[in-house]
Write a protein that binds this ligand. Structure first.
Ligand code: SAH
Length: 346
């Protein structure tokens, strides 16, 4: 009965202890096992775990570590893009980036996405399924194992909408920051959302000091609904009010992503309006991250030539704004594109 097995990498140390005790083994074995699985080792790789226990564990648990299907390394900046294969043959992507403040991994939260943003490659084929906490954690473990380097920062900006997979995302955040596990501080983790307001309202009570990042991409409802269907359900004013409350409740600053698309959202007047709504609704710190559109052939949308002018206008109006540096531009590092290519090639 494969499906009734415990997904061991989705468990906390006390939960693993329970399994170990159920198997009639001493409690200290759990900590050893927990150390191994967080290094991506399982079965006979768990050297100080007796062979009989390795076997018993394999009978009651499954190890859902993603495996590397393809790996692209940028010659420009060392960025690595991974195409991972999951236990059921589905594919997801992660991107490993080197920054001065440490290595960052951009991870996926779902296989595909159902949010339907018009400019995004990940949503073109819809959502297949949610990722389990183990499969989110497994991307980090696999990348650390492959590079031999520690990952100190995580951004949930890969394939999928993390807040559309709420419970698994929350469990992942608790596991990844556990000192017995990967021990990555929550202050070093960004959760990016297209703006599911009901979930943002739940998130502020979770006591997780992550950075919330909002994919705003527009300065009014007409423009936003035109490129992001989610805006029909959660219009921009309510979203910004929720962000303001999020800061009041958590003390954590919210950041705003703004992808510039030619002829859609990139005018000087647009920058003025954006500054206006941010000043109106956001009372805490506010930072806008401007992203030049990564062109996806099927969408026919084009990158804007006004990125710097847009930024300068925002800054002149007192809004803190920067243009995101593009890493891995020679390996098509933006998410969603490799998975689709692989599916076509299959
Ligand atoms: N679903 C989440 C996280 C995944 S997308 C979210 O919407 O935030 C991560 C970021 O990449 C988002 O800001 C998203 O809007 C942006 N993005 C998606 N496709 C893009 C593209 N083709 N070019 C530039 N940014 C893109």
């Amino acid at each position: 009965m494969e499906n009734s097995k415990n997904d061991i990498l989705s468990l906390t140390l006390p939960e693993v202890e329970e399994i170990v005790l159920d198997l009639g083994e001493p409690r200290f074995r759990a900590k050893q096992i927990y150390g191994w699985i967080n290094k991506g080792m399982w079965g006979s790789e768990m050297k100080n775990v007796p062979a009989l226990l390795q076997k018993k564990l394999e009978d009651v648990c499954e190890f859902r570590m993603p495996t590397i299907k393809r790996k692209l390394v940028s010659h420009l900046d060392g960025t690595i893009k991974y195409l991972f294969e999951l236990i059921d043959g589905e594919y997801i992507e992660s991107v490993f980036m080197r920054y001065e403040h440490g290595n960052t991994l951009c991870i996926s939260s779902q296989v595909g996405c159902r949010m339907g943003c018009k400019f995004c490659a990940s949503t073109l084929l819809g959502r297949v399924r949610d990722l389990l906490p183990s499969e989110m954690l497994g991307q980090i473990i696999a990348a650390q194992k492959d590079t031999g380097e520690r990952i100190s920062n995580v951004v949930m900006m890969g394939i999928g909408e993390p807040l559309d997979n709420y419970d698994n995302t929350i469990k992942f955040l608790r596991l990844v920051s556990d000192e017995n596990g990967l021990n990555i501080g929550l202050r070093h983790i960004s959760v990016s959302t297209c703006g599911l307001v009901d979930k943002i309202e739940r998130l502020w009570d979770e006591g997780l000091p992550i950075t919330l990042s909002i994919s705003l991409h527009a300065y009014d409802n007409e423009v936003r609904s035109g490129i992001m269907p989610v805006n029909n359900k959660y219009p921009i004013e309510g979203l910004l009010k929720a962000c303001d409350t999020y800061f009041k409740k958590t003390g954590r600053r919210v950041s705003y992503e703004y992808t510039l698309i030619a002829g859609k959202n990139d005018t000087q007047e647009g920058a003025v309006q954006l500054a206006g709504i941010l000043k109106k609704y956001i009372h805490g710190p506010c930072h806008v991250n401007l992203i030049p559109l990564n062109e996806v052939k099927e969408t026919r949308l084009e990158t804007s030539k006004n990125v710097n002018a847009f930024k300068n206008k925002l800054v002149s109006l007192g809004i803190n704004a920067t243009v995101r540096r593009r890493l891995g531009s020679d390996i098509n590092a933006s998410c969603g594109q490799l998975r689709r290519q692989e599916k076509k090639d299959d």
